[in-house]
Design a protein. Sequence first.
Length: 232
Amino acid sequence: MTVSVDILQQFPLLSTLPRITLGELSTLGELKSYNKREVVVNKGSSVSHMLFLFEGRLQGVDFTLDGKEVGCFFADPGDFLGELGVMDGQPHPETIISLGKSIVAWIPSHIIRPMLTSMPAMAEQLTLKLAQKLRQASAQRRILGLTNPIQKVCAQLVVMSHPSTQNQTVHLITQVPTHQELAIMINASRETVTRVFQLLQTKSMVVRDGHNLILQNIQTLRDVSEGLKSDL
């Protein structure tokens, strides 16, 4: 399916482009739908397009030597993926999986790359996004190095959360991942994540609000994740 100009305008990276330029991207781009657990991109495949997530959620995963799945990142609507391969011509560094019904816009590399390198506004957004991803990757490595499952879960929740506009001590995670998806991120079993969540809920540290998760006391969760507090 062709990507409409109206859809392209909703992506922050493309929003500053003139409508005529978006029209060119529209004629060459393609909109694809994916079901839950469907592979969007395989690790090691060649990069011919840059991907923009319009709806749903994606997860980047890699695999250990023994074949165990380990999460690398989550992607939410508005995010883009495949930018590394677009810039250096190397294969995709991880497998990308759809976590539910997702819609992704595919834009050919040969048309998007010149824009990324010649348009200052796009180059700045790309640089900031790459810096953010590097920080996230560093935080994820730290989490994987932890041995205490409570620390791991608390650290992952802290990394994924953002402050509430009403109360800075309360943080939110919108569209919270399933226990299995979180388990993949921290290299633990789903059962382990479930047990930790039960403890956090019993202590009123986290509260479900539909598809969102409210972190009632972010500082306590942060202290536990950093080993400054041994219990909740």
